[in-house]
Design a protein around this ligand. Structure first.
Ligand code: SIN
Ligand code: MN
Length: 266
């Protein structure tokens, strides 16, 4: 799969690109079931909200077959290689729950802020991918993007370890207001199976989820191989140290796994 010149222009100018329903309902149903099973496990990779509800599960591509296949899926890997013009490796992999009723806020931030400060990533040459496992609606805590804010470069940030259970380098309100004044805010909504690509310096965040509708999204960070992290401080399951280029699986590998799983359940 290749991006069109118009899609590449949209990504470069706006800092984000959405590909609706890139993964099929059968593929997504498998991933959704597996995500729920992982949240039910007690393991260090599963982080919880202060309430105890799951917030994020790290590194599932290393211990779950369906997520391994997603993490090497050509529908995702090929467009990112096309943008960076080189092979990529998995820097981070997480399944964010944003649980019904209790899913908490993600404060305004840029992801490259954390990759640079905590992981020693030289350049913002890593791509953020969000694969929707549930329908993401305006009401259940969609990701909010500030278009064009990736042009502002790496902004000053402070380390917030209070607001949620997840430490984050966050932006101050004046900075966010200035960037929103210029670019506005877009809520990234769509059906399960949609895939959002966004720049490492794009300002984003999300509100809490007080609805009965969960909002599970897989976030993958694909880093250009030459941009491997130099001085990691976070555990290996958060900032990976395997810099080998991802070799994509077959386009139908995830579908076959979904069918194998469904047949075994009958
Ligand atoms: C993130 O920015 O890393 C997660 C945001 C979200 O899941 O809403
Ligand atoms: Mn983020």
């Amino acid at each position: 799969m290749q991006l069109t010149p118009e899609q590449i222009t949209q990504f470069r100018d706006e800092g984000w690109l959405f590909l609706p329903e890139l993964f099929t309902p059968e593929e997504v149903a498998l991933l959704r079931r597996e995500a729920e099973a992982i949240y039910a496990e007690q393991r260090p990779e599963v982080w919880r909200e202060k309430s105890g509800a799951p917030r994020t599960a790290f590194a599932a591509h290393l211990y779950n077959e369906a997520f391994r296949l997603l993490g090497a899926h050509p529908r995702m890997i090929r467009p990112v290689e096309q943008i960076f013009d080189e092979p990529v490796y998995m820097h981070q992999f997480k399944i964010n729950a944003k649980s019904a009723f209790v899913g908490e806020v993600w404060q305004w931030h840029q992801d490259y802020g954390t990759w640079k400060r905590d992981d020693g990533m030289p350049q913002p040459r890593a791509m953020n991918i969000a694969v929707f496992l549930d329908e993401v609606m305006p009401i259940n805590g969609p990701l909010l993007l500030v278009p064009k804010s990736h042009m502002a470069g790496d902004l000053q940030a402070s380390h917030d370890v209070q607001t949620t259970s997840y430490p984050l380098w966050t932006l101050d309100n004046d900075t966010v207001a200035r960037l929103v004044d210029a670019g506005g805010i877009v809520a990234a909504t769509g059906k399960p199976g949609g895939m959002l690509m966004f720049h490492g310096n794009l300002v984003h965040g999300s509100a809490g989820n007080i609805t009965p509708y969960p909002r599970k999204i897989v976030y993958l960070t694909l880093n250009a191989v030459s941009n491997y992290i130099r001085t990691p401080t976070r555990p290996e399951y958060i900032a990976h140290r395997d810099f080998a280029p991802i070799v994509p699986v077959a386009d139908d590998a995830l579908l076959h796994e979904a069918r194998r799983f469904a047949a075994a359940a009958e």
